[in-house]
Design a protein around this ligand. Structure first.
Ligand code: FE
Length: 193
């Protein structure tokens, strides 16, 4: 279980300490515990998480291992995609890439919000690098860009457990608040390097 990169109350009031506590301590930990049980004594017992994910992606008989492994990876990535006092202007090097791909940072943020809000049911919105172009994609349930060969830069969890205690059914309010106040553009730049 990778440590949370900040205190549980660091993202408040955008995401409350209660939400982070349940999300990290129950949901994220649940995927870690499930995965450890599922791979115990198998060829994946000591395999790196990324290898488990790419090996089991798309294999119906390995779906349970894939779902839990991908959710462990996705959540670790999500926590790093957020930071206290985030949002605002991306660093210049990332801003140039964003402008080359989307025209402006605002358009990029709108596309992330659209993907996050329009994802039907549980899933994720992602800023990814595809070749040298930035793209916005959404994935359902546990699915992850790692499985489709694009390079994730940022993730927003849009499972109800990520926002329901704070925003109830108002997913768009959660997404826009994350984009404006918590998004860790420095992490995105690090991943793009
Ligand atoms: Fe989650």
């Amino acid at each position: 279980m990778p440590p949370l990169p900040y205190a549980e109350n660091a993202l408040a009031p955008v995401i409350s300490a209660k939400t982070v506590g349940f999300h990290y301590g129950k949901h994220h930990k649940g995927y870690v515990d499930n995965l450890n049980k599922l791979v115990a004594g198998t060829e994946y017992a000591d395999a790196p998480l990324e290898k488990i994910i790419t090996d089991t992606a798309g294999k119906a008989d390995k779906a349970l291992v894939f779902n839990n492994a991908a959710q462990v990876w996705n959540h670790t990535f999500y926590w790093k995609s957020l930071r206290a006092k985030g949002g605002g202007e991306p660093p210049a090097a990332l801003k140039r890439k964003i402008e080359a791909s989307f025209g402006s940072v605002d358009v990029c943020k709108k596309e992330i919000a659209n993907a996050a809000v329009s994802q039907f049911g549980s899933g994720w919105a992602w800023l990814v690098l595809n070749g040298d172009k930035l793209e916005i994609i959404k994935t359902a349930n546990a699915d992850t860009p790692l499985a489709s060969g694009t390079k994730p830069l940022l993730a927003i969890d849009v499972w109800e457990h990520a926002y329901y205690l704070d925003y109830q059914n108002r997913r768009a309010d959660y997404v826009n608040a994350v984009l404006d106040k918590l998004l860790n553009w420095e992490f995105a730049l690090q991943n793009a390097g």
